[in-house]
Design a protein around this ligand. Sequence first.
Ligand SMILES: [Zn+2]
Ligand SMILES: [Zn+2]
Length: 388
Amino acid sequence: MTKRDYYEILEVTRTASGDEIKRSYRKLAVKHHPDKNPGDHTAEDKFKEIGAAYEILMDAEKRAAYDRYGHAAFAQGGAGPRGGAGGGMHDPFDIFREVFGANGGGNGGGGGIFEQFFGGGAAQPQSRDGKQRGSDLRYDMQIRLEEAAFGCDKEIEVSKLEGCSACSGTGADKGSKAVPCRDCGGRGQVITSRGFFQVSQTCPRCRGTGQVIEHPCRKCNGEGRAETPTRIKLKIPAGIEDGSRLRSVRNGEAGLRGGPPGDLYVVIHIKEHEVFEREDSNLFCEVPVAFSIATLGGELNVPTLEGQAQLKIPAGTQSGTAFKLRGKGIPSLNSSSRGDLIVRVIVEVPSKLNADQRAKLAEFAELMGDENSPMNRSFLEKAKDFFR
Ligand SMILES: [Zn+2]
Ligand SMILES: [Zn+2]
């Protein structure tokens, strides 16, 4: 299988700017998105191909390497050292943002663009030399609302199959190599008789690859990979929504016998906040206000994601009135805009009064009569039929 030119795949010229590449990528990704082409495997392949090309061309360093060496720049074994033995530290990986999530109108529904890659999926093809792509992994991460709002750097530890350090992922002991399998003569299939039938089945010795390693690596038993605790750095973008998925490229399970690694998908769960509720990019909260302040008007301390702020409320503020603090909501994932904070004030009725306070309030009630109570009056108007 020959690999197509990345520029050709993304339908851009070799001198295209990053923006041009991004635009073309989004257009093509939407067009070939598997959700839009259910059951169409060429669309799915195309979609993956577009993603792979974009991953390289959007990264200045990788793009330069590709321009110079072509696909060979990313060939197996050509890549840099993988962390070394026992939980090496990976470079901070590019996170592939959910570019399709929030798209203005509608609630977006959390994107879900990568969902089809989880579980299920077609079995990974195994090549003749026994190389096999590693599985994709899923990691569920809880973050706080503040972290979702402003973005954050995270480091996670996952125990996953990593390339074996003793045999550099080949599965072969030092000086040993892969030789044709004796049981199947290198065909990968063996014929067995079952009564009248002859059944061809995958050779159990070489698992269909037709090759076995003379002396398997003693550390990994010839698998080429071993369970290793690995630390991975992640950059969570500001404005991310609950349920979003981030892809950390090549941070999934190592491939079998030096096959390419899978990807790691990080699913974001935003913890419920004690004070704020989020809806898209807006925040909502309720703030109690003393009866006297609501009546006379005044300043109120209200919480925001960045700490306390002052809110001026007018005299005669009714319980349940909402005030908007512009730009104090959640930053948008895809633009520089920011949502609002809606503060709903709840008037508190004093429940414990001392004798003096009680007397004063009684005096106040007497002074008021029923006169100055607009809400009550309109209510009485509407309900008058019931009070006859
Ligand atoms: Zn065999
Ligand atoms: Zn090994």
